[in-house]
Design a protein around this ligand. Structure first.
Ligand code: NAP
Length: 560
C-alpha cells in the first residue's frame, strides 16, 4: 500500500518554502508573507545576503549604482536608506540587507546555517517534501528557489589543488575574519571580475603578489566616489519615476546614461569616426557598465565590436609602463562585452607596482599545485597564501547540484542536461509548484536582479492568488509552451557574438557543460510584455490542478 501524505512525519508544514536569503529570497519572504501565506526561508550562510554574504573578498562591490541596486517595493525604505558611495561595496550592501531583514521582521521566518540538499515532489498530496541539514522535515505546498546564478563555485580542476600547505582562500567563500596577508607571498589564480576587484587591494596588503592569468579580461574604470547629494535628492524626489525608467531600460540601470548620454539610436559604423570616439570617451568617463548601453549593434556586428575593443585596448595600454605586461593584459582574441565586462579601481595600474608579478598562462599552463606553490614547467612559484578566483558553475550550477526530484522521481539535473528548460524562467515541466526567481532563462544577469526579483515574485503572487480563488492546488509548466520559450531564448541569442568567447553565460567555462545561452537576452521590457500577456490570457502555458483532498488521493493510489 502506498504511503499517504498523512502518514509522513513532518516537523514544519507551510504554504511556501523559500531556498536562499539573498535579494530574491528576502523579497519572496516579504511578498508571500504579505499575501497571507505561511512562509519559511532556509539559508546556508550564517547571515542574510546571499552573494553579498559569501563574496566578502577585499574590494567586492556592485557595478550597478547604489540608488538603483536596491529594493523599490517600499517608498519609506528607499527614501530612508543613505548610501555612502556611487557604487556600494560588499560591507554596505550586506548592512543594507541585514537592515531590510530587521525592518520588515523577516528574521523570524529564516533558518540560517541550514541547507536543503534534496527536495521531493509528493504526488499524493501535491506538496514538496524536504529534510533540512538540521534534521527538520518540511512539507510545503510551493517551493520558491532563490539560489542565485553565481553561487556554485566552480570545482577546481587543477591537478594537486588540495596539496598546497599554505593558506587557501576562495573569493566566493572569503572568511569573515580578514586574513592577515601582511608581508606574505600571495598568489591568485584567475582574472575575472572577482580578481579584478581584489587584486589592487591584495597588492597593497601582500609582500609579493603573483597573478596567474589564463585569459585577460576587458575592464573599464568604475569611476566610484562618494554619492553626490544633489544627485541623490534628484533621484529621491521621484524615486518611483526613476524605477519606472529602470524597468523600461534593457539592463535596469539608467544612471550611467543620465550621467553620460542617452543610448545612441544609430549603429556604430553609421556615425563619423569623431562621433564614435566621442561616444566611447563619454562612456569610458561615465564608467562601469556604460558600454552595454552604447550602440545597439556592439554585440551583433564584429566590425562594430572591434571598433570598441580597439578603443578600450588603447586606453588599457596607456595605463601600463611595461609593453610586455600590456601585451599580456590586453585581450586580443574574443569580442568585448561577451565575457561580462569588469569594472575596476586601479586594476591595470597595480601591474606597475614592484611587488606584483603577472604570470601569463597562455605561454605555459599551470602543471600542478604542490605543497609549496604553483608549478609551471620547471619553476615552482613559492607562496604563503593561494587565492582561487576561478569563478562559478553559473546560472544552473546551484540547482543541478541539489537533488530535486519532480513527478515520477525525475531529477532536475537530468532534465537540464542539455541546458535549462523553463517557461519564462519561472517553472520547468515535471516540477509542479516549484518556481525560480532570478533563475535560468530569465532576464537576470543582463538586468538588475533586485528589480527582476520584485517583478517575478509579484507576478507569481498574482498567479497563486488566482489559484486560491479558483481552488487549484497545483500548477505546472506545459511542455509545449515551455519549449516555445526555450526556442525563443535560443533564437534571440543566436545572432549575437556571445558564441565567440568562452563565457559563463553559455556555460563555456565548465568542462562538459552544454553550450546554450542560459539567460534571456530579449530585454526586461519584452520579458514583462510576454508574462503580462500570459497572465491576461488566463495563464496560457500553465496547467492548473484542482483541489483534491489528501484522502481522495490516497484512496485513488491504493485503489480503495
Ligand atoms: P570568472 O569571471 O568566471 O573568472 C574566473 C577566472 O578564473 C577566469 O580568469 C578564468 O580563466 C580563471 N580560471 C578558472 N579556472 C582556471 C584554471 N583551471 N586555471 C587558470 N585559470 C582559471 O569568475 P568571477 O571573477 O568570480 O566572476 C564571475 C561573475 O560574477 C562576473 O562575470 C560577474 O558577473 C560577477 N561578479 C560581479 C562583480 C561586480 O563587479 N559586481 C564582481 C565579482 C563577480 P579563463 O577565462 O581562461 O577560464
Amino acid at each position: 500500500m502506498s504511503e499517504s501524505a498523512g502518514d509522513r512525519k513532518t516537523d514544519r508544514k507551510i504554504d511556501v518554502v523559500i531556498i536562499g536569503a539573498g535579494f530574491s529570497g528576502l523579497y519572496a519572504l516579504y511578498r508571500f508573507r504579505e499575501a497571507g501565506y505561511s512562509v519559511h526561508c532556509f539559508e546556508g550562510g550564517g547571515g542574510v545576503g546571499g552573494t553579498w554574504y559569501w563574496n566578502r573578498y577585499p574590494g567586492a562591490g556592485s557595478d550597478i549604482e547604489s540608488l538603483e541596486y536596491s529594493y523599490s517595493f517600499s517608498e519609506e525604505l528607499q527614501q530612508e536608506w543613505k548610501w555612502s558611495k556611487r557604487y556600494s561595496g560588499q560591507p554596505e550592501i550586506e548592512r543594507y540587507m541585514i537592515h531590510v531583514a530587521d525592518r520588515f521582521d523577516l528574521n523570524r521566518d529564516i533558518s540560517l546555517n541550514t541547507t536543503i540538499g534534496d527536495l521531493n515532489w509528493d504526488e499524493s498530496g501535491d506538496v514538496w517534501r524536504m529534510t533540512a541539514s538540521s534534521g527538520e522535515r518540511i512539507e510545503a505546498r510551493y517551493c520558491v528557489m532563490c539560489t542565485g546564478i553565481l553561487s556554485a563555485p566552480k570545482h577546481i580542476d587543477i591537478p594537486g589543488f588540495d596539496s598546497f600547505a599554505g593558506d587557501v582562500l576562495h573569493t566566493s567563500k572569503w572568511p569573515a575574519e580578514e586574513p592577515d596577508l601582511n608581508g606574505k607571498r600571495v598568489g591568485i589564480i584567475g582574472t575575472g571580475s572577482s580578481a579584478v576587484q581584489s587584486i589592487p587591494i591584495l597588492a597593497e596588503r601582500a609582500g609579493q603578489l603573483t597573478v596567474f592569468q589564463r585569459t585577460p579580461n576587458y575592464s573599464i574604470p568604475l569611476q566610484n566616489g562618494p554619492l553626490d547629494a544633489a544627485y541623490e535628492s534628484h533621484v529621491k524626489s521621484d524615486y518611483q519615476g526613476w524605477r519606472d525608467k529602470q524597468r523600461k531600460s534593457f539592463g535596469g540601470y539608467v544612471s550611467v546614461n543620465f550621467r553620460a548620454a542617452s543610448p545612441p539610436e544609430s549603429t556604430t559604423m553609421e556615425v563619423s569616426d569623431e562621433e564614435r570616439r566621442m561616444e566611447f570617451e563619454t562612456r569610458w568617463a561615465s564608467g562601469g557598465l556604460a558600454f552595454y548601453t552604447s550602440f545597439k549593434d556592439l554585440l551583433f556586428s564584429q566590425q562594430a565590436n572591434d571598433s570598441l575593443a580597439d578603443f578600450v585596448r588603447e586606453k588599457i595600454r596607456a595605463k601600463l609602463v611595461s609593453r610586455e605586461i600590456a601585451d599580456a593584459l590586453i585581450p586580443d582574441n574574443y569580442p568585448i562585452l561577451t565575457k561580462r565586462l569588469c569594472a575596476d579601481t586601479g586594476y591595470y595600474e597595480t601591474f606597475n607596482r614592484k611587488n606584483v608579478e603577472l604570470v601569463n598562462l597562455r605561454e605555459a599552463p599551470i602543471e600542478r599545485i604542490t605543497d609549496k606553490g604553483v608549478k609551471i614547467g620547471d619553476k615552482v612559484y613559492e607562496l604563503d597564501v593561494l587565492v582561487f578566483a576561478t569563478g562559478f558553475d553559473a546560472i544552473t550550477g546551484q540547482l543541478v547540484r541539489m537533488s530535486i526530484k519532480g513527478v515520477d522521481g525525475v531529477q532536475l539535473k537530468d532534465v537540464w542536461q542539455d541546458g535549462p528548460h523553463t517557461i519564462a524562467g519561472l517553472m520547468t515541466h515535471g516540477f509542479p509548484n516549484m518556481f525560480f526567481i532570478n533563475g535560468p532563462q530569465s532576464c537576470t544577469g543582463f538586468f538588475n536582479p533586485v528589480l527582476n526579483a520584485e517583478y517575478q515574485c509579484d507576478w507569481l503572487a498574482d498567479m497563486l492568488e488566482r489559484m486560491q480563488t479558483d481552488g487549484h492546488v497545483r500548477v505546472e509548466a506545459e511542455q509545449r509552451a515551455q519549449e516555445d520559450w526555450v526556442e525563443h531564448v535560443r533564437s534571440v541569442a543566436e545572432p549575437t557574438l556571445f558564441w565567440n568567447s568562452e563565457n559563463w553565460f553559455i556555460g563555456a567555462n565548465i568542462k562538459g557543460k552544454a553550450r546554450v545561452m542560459q539567460l534571456y537576452l530579449g530585454g526586461f521590457p519584452a520579458y514583462c510584455q510576454y508574462v503580462s500577456e500570459v497572465r491576461e490570457s488566463d495563464y496560457r502555458g500553465f496547467a492548473f490542478g484542482d483541489q483534491v483532498t489528501v484522502n481522495d488521493k490516497a484512496d485513488a493510489l491504493t485503489g480503495s
